[in-house]
Design a protein around this ligand. Structure first.
Ligand code: 26W
Length: 818
């Protein structure tokens, strides 16, 4: 009996009520009548958990027994979003839970709103990881996600006088019903110290790491349920703790402060998510985080899945996917485990290691490529630095043999950079070690091959591949847009949610007036839902009947929120100066959502400018009915889920060649927004699929950007030669949006006029002209609706299920569990 797995509670309203009340009484320790909303939320979450755990345990057992090859998705970020809705959907309990709670006098919507989303990521990269593990579970492919359980996730953004102020994200304080702590699986992680040479009993010269300090890694498991398939995978996040909670001798000596200091020191490692996105902070703590979680993960995988201790079988059991360079220190770590602990020969260990890793690059910005100084690496992980040197020596010997008399090439390809300081290039290490290297959209992968990793792709052409990103249709269509989902199901029947290419069957309905009318009604209802949310959440009013123009993503110069601003300011300027009459413009509401890295000055100033423009525009009676700017603070996954389904126009306006892929672009298209975008990242593929007639392309192409750069770009010339652009910039410079103070936005204006690294001014003309086409097209509501429907019908390719199939076929070679 003890071996029999638990069974899920009955799939019925009665069964659910019973389970829910039991949770309230026994876990929360309250009666229904005395319970708070939080008690009820926690109990509801635990109730749903019960429906999943039996399948989860069974799944894990099966993977172990069948020795199925697993994906180990190593990622410093998992931006999960709220869990409740997804768990209810996965277990097909939405209706039952609704009714069960109603019978207890509770509105489930109130409990859903109580959930604080785990914001354990910055943006695209972290959210992608969350979509991928959702898809793998839905496809029944064994996967374990490994990451960090930050005590504080991405900061909560507030605005004070229009400027961003960061608040700590205390996501754990009200309880975390989705996690299972496993103190019995805690792992020790060493740091610091030195290495020494010794002769082993077999007479072999070896190196030994003598570390100086260590911490404990405490795992917390999260269930990753597949969509209504009874599959549940695991996400294992690590939390750092002191090895000895109390140093008793110090404590007894009366130095209490010293005793807890060690604890604080250890726990700092997983205290907070670095909010820097795309600009590495060369911080020791960050390297500690990275090593901490991969060391825990590799140890954990060996202990829990390689039960016979046969490390040689590792490549048959796992492929570790490196989500950007953050986990790349796993490469020398696995070598250390195999050589120093398992006593394998170097050559054999290296063959195994190369098979166990693959690397995904998520950026093109040179400043975003991580490097660690050998000084820091050697101090924190001396043995790992030795291993990296040896990997590099052997690699360069190979390169020199292949290209004799080409020392330049060897130097360029060296994992160790010499300038401006000796440092390890993590992307190069990942490329040398990985069995495959991929970019995240066609254009991005091409640019990786041609530019960022050119020498490597010449040397190992077969190593390079592309896997275009995708998004989970469960969260971003079914949960976020129930109205549209229902319409699709009514039209196509079920099955499309796990086979998203079936959306193509909607094509003919674009010509069906009744279908289009239904689509338009749903869009309007989604706008109403958004209007209500923003009223309650931010006390802002979104006008009715406007074109809803949305730009939501991290604030970055390359993404060019400033270009969007110039468009708004220009419209405003033209109306107030009488160049344009208000009734000539299509009424629009511009919605921004964006967090800036706390140390990124220009990004923060841009946020200030957006808020300042909003304040002026929104109170000017001259534009009252036609222009509105809305900037809700703290854009996150939860807000995205209401915002995206309401949008008419999706802004994807990065400078060509800078946005690796984008995934927001896919979410908008899938929800029937039309895109205005550059030929960048996955926009290229979106446009190809939805067709030029249903996508507003503008701006320089990547080769044109490169040419202009080479010829010498002077943004000032664009300013001088375009009166409309000049007027918009002059208005900002005049202090019009800063109470007459010309100094406030001077740095931003100067930056655009005299530097403009991302060529906003060069693309301004093309952008505003294309926006005029948007206006004209929107005037024909029927044509717009037709295009919107076609966007949905032609976006099936962007399911993360398809991305996972591509990874499986080209990189992982794993199989679903039978
Ligand atoms: C250490 C500094 C740092 C931090 C984060 C460097 C780089 C990053 C990430 C790679 C930035 C990121 O999130 N990249 C985004 O990844 C998405 C998923 O592939 C893409 O859709 C976005 O285009 C890309 O910017």
């Amino acid at each position: 009996l003890a071996l029999a797995p638990v069974t899920a509670p009955p799939h019925s309203v009665d069964g659910f009520v019973r389970e829910f009340l039991r949770e309230l009484n026994t876990s929360a320790g309250v009666t229904l009548s005395r319970s708070t909303v939080n008690d009820q939320y926690l109990s509801l979450a635990r109730t749903v958990r019960h429906y999943l755990s039996a399948r989860w345990l069974e799944n894990t057992r099966k993977i172990r027994d069948t020795k199925a090859k697993m994906v180990g998705y190593l990622s410093a970020e998992f931006l999960l979003g709220r869990q409740l809705g997804n768990a209810l959907l996965a277990t097909d309990l939405e209706e039952i839970a609704d009714k069960a709670l109603a019978s207890c006098g509770i509105d489930i919507a109130t409990l859903r709103a109580q959930e604080v989303e785990p914001g354990l990521g910055n943006g695209g990269l972290g959210r992608l990881a969350a979509c991928f593990i959702d898809s793998l579970a839905t496809m029944g492919v064994p996967c374990i996600g490994y990451g960090i359980r930050y005590e504080y996730g991405i900061f909560r953004q507030t605005f004070v006088d229009g400027q961003q102020v960061e608040q700590p994200d205390t996501w754990l304080t009200l309880g975390s019903p989705w996690e299972f702590p496993h103190p019995e699986h805690a792992v020790q992680v060493d740091f610091g110290g030195h290495t020494e040479k010794y002769t082993d009993t077999d007479g072999v010269e070896r190196s030994r790491w003598v570390p100086a300090w260590n911490v404990l890694g405490m795992p917390f498991n999260y269930m990753v349920p597949g969509y209504q398939n009874g599959q549940v995978n695991t996400l294992r996040l690590w939390s750092a703790q002191a090895t000895k909670a109390f140093d008793l001798s110090i404590f007894n000596s009366g130095d209490y402060a010293e005793a807890v200091r060690a604890q604080t020191f250890a726990e700092n490692i997983t205290k907070v998510l670095y909010p820097e996105d795309s600009t590495p902070q060369g911080k020791e703590l960050r390297l500690q985080q990275q090593y901490f979680f991969v060391a825990c993960s590799i140890r954990d995988f060996l202990d829990r899945f390689i039960l016979d201790g046969d490390v040689r079988s590792l490549p048959d059991r796992v492929i570790f996917q490196l989500n950007d360079t953050h986990p790349v220190i796993a490469v020398p770590e696995l070598m250390r485990v195999l050589v120093d602990i398992e006593k394998l020969e170097w050559e054999e260990a290296w063959e195994i290691t190369k098979k166990c890793f693959a690397y995904t690059c998520h950026t093109l910005l040179p400043e975003a490529l991580e490097v660690w100084s050998t000084e820091l690496l050697g101090r924190l992980l001396p043995r790992h630095l030795e291993i990296i040197y040896r990997i590099n020596d052997e690699f360069l010997a190979e390169v020199r043999a292949a290209f004799p008399n080409d020392e330049m090439r060897a130097r360029q390809m060296s994992i160790i950079a010499e300038y401006p300081e000796r440092a390890v290039r993590m992307a190069y290490l990942a490329t040398v070690a990985g069995s495959k290297v991929n970019g995240v959209a066609e254009l991005h992968s091409q640019l990786l091959r041609d530019k960022v990793l050119h020498d490597f792709s010449e040397y190992w052409p077969e190593k390079f591949t592309n896997v275009t990103n995708g998004v989970t249709p469960r969260r971003f269509l079914r949960l976020a847009n129930p109205g549209l989902s229902e319409l699709i199901t009514e039209t196509l029947g079920t099955g499309w949610l796990t086979d998203l290419e079936r959306l193509a069957e909607l094509e003919p309905y674009a010509e069906d007036a009744e279908f289009r009318a239904a689509f338009v009604r749903i869009k309007a209802a989604n706008k109403t839902r958004l209007r209500r949310l923003l009223e309650a959440r931010d006390e802002v009013a979104v006008p009715d009947g406007h074109l809803l123009d949305v730009m939501v993503k991290r604030l970055h110069e390359y993404k060019r929120q400033s270009l969007k601003l110039l468009h708004i300011v220009s419209l405003y300027e033209q109306i107030v100066t009488g160049k344009l009459s208000a009734d000539e413009v299509t009424p629009r509401t511009f919605v921004f959502g964006a967090k800036a890295a706390p140390g990124y000055r220009i990004a923060k100033e841009t946020i200030h400018l957006i808020n300042s423009v909003a304040a002026v525009v929104n109170r000017d009676p001259l534009v009252k009915d036609v222009l509105k700017v809305v900037f809700p603070s703290n854009y996150n996954v939860t807000l995205a889920e209401t915002l995206i389904p309401a949008a008419d126009l999706s802004e994807q306006i990065s400078l060509a060649g800078k946005e690796a892929s984008g995934t927001g672009n896919m979410k908008f298209a899938l929800n029937g927004a039309l895109t205005i975008g550059t030929d960048d990242g996955a926009n290229v593929e979106i446009r190809k699929l939805v067709g030029d007639d249903h996508f507003f392309l503008f701006g320089l192409s990547e080769p044109e950007v490169t040419d202009l750069q080479t010829a010498g770009y002077r943004s000032h010339e664009f300013y001088e030669s375009d009166p409309q652009l000049k007027a918009a910039l002059d208005l900002i410079a005049s202090g019009h949006f800063s109470g007459g103070d010309r100094g406030v936005f001077e740095p931003l204006v100067s930056n655009l006029l005299y530097d403009d690294r991302f060529m906003a001014l060069a693309d301004f003309r093309s952008y505003v002209d294309t926006q005029a086409k948007v206006d004209a097209y929107y005037a024909d509501q029927d044509a717009w609706a037709r295009s919107a429907v076609l966007n949905v019908a032609r976006s099936g390719y962007f399911s993360s299920d398809r991305s996972m199939r591509d990874y499986i076929d080209r990189i992982w070679h794993t199989r679903p569990l039978r």
